[in-house]
Structure formats: structure tokens, C-alpha cells
Design a protein around this ligand. Structure first.
Ligand code: ADP
Length: 622
């Protein structure tokens, strides 16, 4: 078998060169060689492609020593063998010291092949060793970096538990400055005395099983303070597999414990809140199987306890299946439902109305339910009561209308005949009789007026017109026209804000404005009347105001004046029958509003009434 060999041969004697080549080939090398015989050629050919350099010790103007020097300066790692006819022991040793791999005497060239092989082998071994050392250094470096950058403190001990290595983080964690302070001492120095026994147990366990994981310890710092930490330990073995110590990692878990405690606390608080909530809180599978429910859900659905509900399809015990279908459709569409009303059948077969809010989270539905059965019942009762009230109100209106209408006829007869009596027998009977007749006539005509008023009052409900969009501005103008004479006679200053469009009964709203303005003039004080009709929008209502500078009203009577036939003054003082404000009140209420007065005696009055803002009416706030 032949080995390729590229040789640089420094030789001035052709015979010697030939011999060298011959010997190398004889030794089995597949030789490729470059021959040089002087310094310049040597320099120009020197490069790293050569496997070996063979140099004659002495040349005319050059020698092997300098050739070797140039090789080393060039930092080429090529084995260098000196081949010489005359070389003394001292020179040879020196050459070897300088880095030559071998030297040979020319008369012993038969050994050349062996020498070259040895030199090549030496080089290979040296390279392998260097490589191995490098890898070792690299892997040590890697482990050191890992150990020092690991979030945990890393330490090793021998089998007796004495520390053999501690990372910087270990020193820091346990409050030491230098490894020397602690190396060689027992690792129990890191553990609170009361837990030494536990530590020993864990180390024997690690010895038996190879490792222990996540053991919680009270760790001890150098200064005597303690903290809660976690320890992992594994058995270390030597090359033969014999246990030789332990490697452990330790970390401070105080924060983790605090966080866990805070989490537990907040979970408990949340649990308490949910447990004591008045509304039912639940979690179900998508099929409606209960995964969690609080007591309120159990109460609502007539179960004995929340546990009893778990895994029941309790929420799906619905009364109307289509409601449940609708619930599921909405859930799927929007991922949640809000204020969904459902009628369910409880475990005791009772029907209940529940209100439900729910959200899909992954493959569960969580939500809240509230029992609104009582609320629903109350709503129904209220509706019935209102219907009943409406009906009886209607009946009453009807009655008042019929009564006042039908009473008019006989009363007219009484009045007419009384007047006849008065005309015909005045001064013929005695003075008492004249006075009695006058009282009767007066009473009858007052009664007639009251019946007329009553009729008018009842007509607000029975004979009102349908609501249409109407301009209050126009209505107000008409009222101004109607009252033109009164206004002029009393030198009234009547001003107004721009008035809005509303939905209403034009005649009745005209009457309302008129009643209030007439009163404002009638109950005037000493100065000439100043009346202002204002309006502001508040939320969904117009608030109208009719403000005067008249005699005012004692707040004590502020409600009474809206009752039919209630007046605050004797008949003679101010004319009237006490019907105006009660009619006004009925009109406002028919329009869905309310009326009230704010006043003080002698300081004028302001009457307010509201009318809903109807979007159909269009006009915005003036
Ligand atoms: P009438 O005007 O026929 O007396 P109303 O029902 O219109 O009946 O009024 C009831 C009472 O309210 C009046 O008698 C009066 O005492 C009081 N009142 C009404 N409007 C005013 C006002 N603008 N200023 C002072 N008092 C008023």
C-alpha cells in the first residue's frame, strides 16, 4: 500500500537527492516532491501543501538551521527532518530543540522511511490532542456559561454532601461573597436546621432513584435569614458509573408563593362573591350540561344544592322548546346573548321566568340567570290594573258626560220656570219670598254653569281629536287673536320663545294655552300683566312655561288648584268656576305630559307643562 506524500527536499547534492527519493519510495510513499538547493528557492516554494520537509544540514550558502527557522517564522506546521552527512550530537540536539522532528545521517538513510512515518504520526497525534483539548475547553466553556446563566443556582457536592462547586448565583442566593467561604463545607449550611433531616432523606432518595425534583425547603442565608426555595438534585456518576456526588439547582420561590397565595385569595373572594350572589352564575357545556353553578342557580331551579345540579342538563329544562332554539341561534350568531327571557320548568315542575346573559368561551357557555317570575307577575298585574283603570275611567267619563248632558234639560226647565216666577210675581209676594226666589234662581244658574263645565271637562276624554303634527307657534298666534281685546284692555305684554312642532290635538292645545294665559291676566297684580311663554327641551320632553307677574299662589295650594271646582278666591273677587286648570290638567295628561305650578304669593306664578318630543314632528329645539 502506498501513501501519498508531498515532500520539499532541500539538497545540493544530486546523488543524495536521488538516494532520498529512492528511500522514500522504497518505504512505500507515493512521492511527489519539489527539490530546492538554495535559500531563495526554498523561501519561494515554502507553503503549507507539503507533508514533510527534508533538509540537508549544510549547503553552500544556506543550512537546515535557517531553513527550520524560516519554517517556524512562517508558522507552517510541517514536520522537518534534517538529513546530513556530518552532524555532531550537539548540533543535532540543538536542531531538535528548535523544533526539528528528527535527524538522520546520510549513511543511514535506510531509516528515512521510518523517520518520516514517525514524524507524520507525531504530527497527527499532536493535532488530535490539540483538537481534543479544544473541544474540552469549548464544552467546559459551554457548561460554565450554562451554569452561570441558568436562572437557578447550581451547586455540586460529593457523596457526603460537601460542596465541590457553587455558581455565582448560588453565592448570591445564599448571601456569600466568595466560593472559598463555603466550598468543602456541608451543603446543609444552605438549609434551615429544622429541615436538615428532610434534606438528608431527600439526598438518600436521590442516591437511590437518581434524582429528586421540586422539593420545597426553608433555605438559610449566610446572615441567618431564611427564604422559601425549591431544590432539584440528581446523582453524578464517574466514567465507570460509580456515584461520585450530586448536582443540585436551587431557586427562591418566595414571589411565586406570594403570587399563588394572592391568586388563591382572590379566587376565594371571587368564589365567595359568586356563592353569595343573588343572581345565578353558571358554566355549561355547549350541550347545556352544567359544569359549574352557584347556589342561586340551584334555588331558581328548585334543586337542593349546587352540587346536585352538576352534570344535569338543568338549564335546558325549558318550557317552550322554540325559546331554547332561539337562544342557541343567537348564541351561535353573536357568541353571546343579553337579557334573554326564557321560561323554564324547575325540578319541582314549577314554571319560572328567567332572564339570562351568556357568553360562549371555547366549548363552554358561561353566564348568569335571574329569576324574574315575580317581576313578570307584577308586570301582568300592573297591566291588568291599568286596563281596568282605563276601562273604569272611560265608564266614568261616559257617566259624567251622560249625566251632565241629560241633567241640562230638567235644569233648564227649573231655571226657566224660576225665572218666570220671578218675573211674574216679583213684588206681589212678600220680601222674603222675593229673596228666596232670587236665591233659587242664582243657585240654579250656578248649577247650570257647573253642569256645563262638567260636560266640557268630560269631553276632553270623550271628544278629543286624533293627534296630528302641529305647530305650537300657530296655535299660540290664534290664542293671541282670540284674546286680543282682553290683552289690549289690560295692557298685557305677551312675549314668547319660538315654539316647536308637536303631535297633539290642536283645539285642546289651543284651549290649554288660552286657559293659562287668561288666568295669568285674570290673577294680575297692580302692575300691568307681563306674560312670557317659554319652552326648553329636556331629554325627550318639551317643557313649556307660562310665567306671569300676578298675585301668585301659596305653594300650599299648588296641587289643589288642579282639582275640579277648586278655587282660592270667593266668587265675587275673581270671576270663574274653578274648572280651567282641571281641564288643562286633563288635556296635558291626554298628551302624555304633566302640569304643575311654581309660585309664591305676590311674586307671580309660572305654570309648567310637558309634551313628549315626537320625532315625527321633526322640528328641533328652538
Ligand atoms: P278659575 O280661574 O275659574 O278660578 P282655574 O281652575 O282656572 O279656575 O283656577 C283655579 C284657581 O287657581 C284660581 O281660582 C286661582 O285661585 C288659582 N290660579 C290659577 N291661575 C293663577 C295665576 N296665574 N295666578 C294666581 N292664581 C292662579
Amino acid at each position: 500500500m502506498s501513501y501519498p506524500l508531498r515532500a520539499l527536499i532541500l539538497e545540493d547534492n544530486p546523488d543524495d537527492l536521488e538516494l532520498v527519493v529512492y528511500e522514500l519510495r522504497r518505504a512505500g510513499f507515493d512521492l511527489e516532491w519539489v527539490h530546492v538547493d538554495n535559500k531563495d528557492d526554498y523561501r519561494s516554494h515554502l507553503n503549507s501543501t507539503f507533508d514533510i520537509i527534508l533538509a540537508d544540514y549544510a549547503l553552500p550558502q544556506f543550512d537546515a538551521a535557517r531553513a527550520l527557522q524560516m519554517l517556524k517564522q512562517g508558522e507552517y506546521d510541517i514536520p522537518f527532518i534534517v538529513v546530513s552527512g556530518t552532524i555532531g550530537e550537539v548540533v543535532a540536539v540543538n536542531m531538535m530543540k528548535e523544533g526539528a522532528d528528527d535527524y538522520l545521517l546520510k549513511d543511514r538513510l535506510a531509516r528515512l522511511g521510518e523517520a518520516v512515518k514517525r514524524a507524520l504520526k507525531n504530527k497527527r497525534m499532536r493535532l488530535d490532542k490539540e483538537q481534543a483539548e479544544l473541544s474540552l475547553r469549548e464544552s467546559e466553556e459551554l457548561y460554565r456559561t450554562l451554569v452561570e446563566t441558568a436562572p437557578e443556582a447550581v451547586l455540586t457536592t460529593d457523596l457526603d454532601g460537601n460542596l465541590t462547586f457553587v455558581s455565582q448565583r448560588t453565592l448570591h442566593l445564599f448571601g456569600y461573597e466568595h466560593a472559598d467561604e463555603i466550598l468543602g463545607k456541608s451543603s446543609l449550611n444552605f438549609i434551615a436546621p429544622q429541615e436538615h433531616e428532610l434534606a438528608m432523606e431527600n439526598f438518600s432518595q436521590a442516591f437511590e432513584t437518581g434524582e429528586v425534583e421540586r422539593i420545597e425547603f426553608t433555605f438559610l442565608r449566610k446572615d441567618g435569614t431564611t427564604f422559601i426555595g425549591e431544590l432539584n438534585a440528581a446523582l453524578l456518576r464517574d466514567d465507570t458509573g460509580k456515584p461520585r456526588g450530586f448536582i443540585s439547582t436551587a431557586m427562591d420561590i418566595t414571589d411565586r408563593i406570594k403570587t399563588q397565595e394572592a391568586l388563591r385569595k382572590s379566587e376565594k373572594e371571587y368564589r365567595n362573591l359568586v356563592d353569595n350572589a343573588l343572581v345565578g352564575v353558571f358554566k355549561t357545556s355547549l350541550e347545556g350540561q352544567v359544569l359549574f353553578a352557584n347556589e342561586a342557580v340551584a334555588d331558581i331551579l328548585d334543586f337542593d344544592s349546587a352540587e346536585e345540579l352538576i352534570s344535569e342538563e338543568a338549564i335546558t329544562r325549558y318550557r317552550y322548546p322554540e325559546q331554547w332554539e332561539q337562544f342557541l341561534i343567537e348564541m351561535q350568531d353573536k357568541g353571546q346573548v343579553e337579557n334573554f327571557e326564557l321560561e323554564v320548568v324547575t325540578k319541582k315542575d314549577r314554571y319560572k321566568h328567567v332572564l339570562m346573559n351568556a357568553t360562549i368561551e371555547g366549548d363552554t357557555i358561561s353566564g348568569m340567570i335571574m329569576d324574574i317570575t315575580n317581576l313578570k307577575q307584577a308586570e301582568r298585574v300592573l297591566l291588568l290594573t291599568m286596563q281596568e283603570l282605563e276601562r273604569s275611567n272611560e265608564e266614568l267619563e261616559q257617566f259624567a258626560f251622560v249625566a251632565s248632558h241629560d241633567l241640562q234639560e230638567p235644569l233648564r226647565m227649573v231655571t226657566n220656570f224660576l225665572q218666570l216666577l220671578e218675573e211674574r210675581y216679583k213684588n206681589e209676594l212678600d220680601a222674603d219670598a222675593d229673596e228666596f226666589i232670587a236665591f233659587a234662581v242664582d243657585g240654579a244658574s250656578r248649577m247650570q254653569r257647573m253642569i256645563k263645565d262638567l260636560l266640557e271637562y268630560s269631553r276632553v276624554g270623550t271628544q278629543g281629536q286624533a293627534f296630528v303634527p302641529m305647530d305650537c307657534e300657530a296655535v299660540f298666534m290664534k290664542v293671541g287673536e282670540n284674546l286680543k281685546v282682553t290683552i289690549e284692555e289690560n295692557a298685557v305684554s305677551l312675549t314668547h320663545d319660538p315654539l316647536p312642532l308637536v303631535m297633539g290635538d290642536e283645539t285642546q292645545l289651543g284651549q290649554l294655552f288660552q286657559n293659562l294665559i287668561v288666568n295669568a291676566i285674570k290673577f294680575r297684580g297692580d302692575q300691568s300683566p307681563e306674560i312670557h311663554v317659554g319652552v326648553v327641551q329636556k331629554d325627550s320632553k318639551w317643557v313649556f312655561s307660562i310665567k306671569d307677574n300676578g298675585i301668585g299662589i301659596d305653594p300650599e295650594f299648588a296641587d289643589r288648584i288642579f282639582v275640579i271646582f277648586q278655587r282660592l278666591h270667593p266668587d265675587g273677587e275673581y270671576p270663574g268656576s274653578g274648572i280651567g286648570l282641571s281641564i288643562s290638567k286633563r288635556i296635558v295628561e291626554r298628551h302624555g305630559g304633566r302640569i304643575w305650578v311654581e309660585s309664591k304669593p305676590g311674586r307671580g306664578s309660572t305654570f309648567f307643562f310637558t309634551i313628549p318630543v315626537e320625532h315625527a314632528a321633526g322640528k328641533t329645539a328652538p
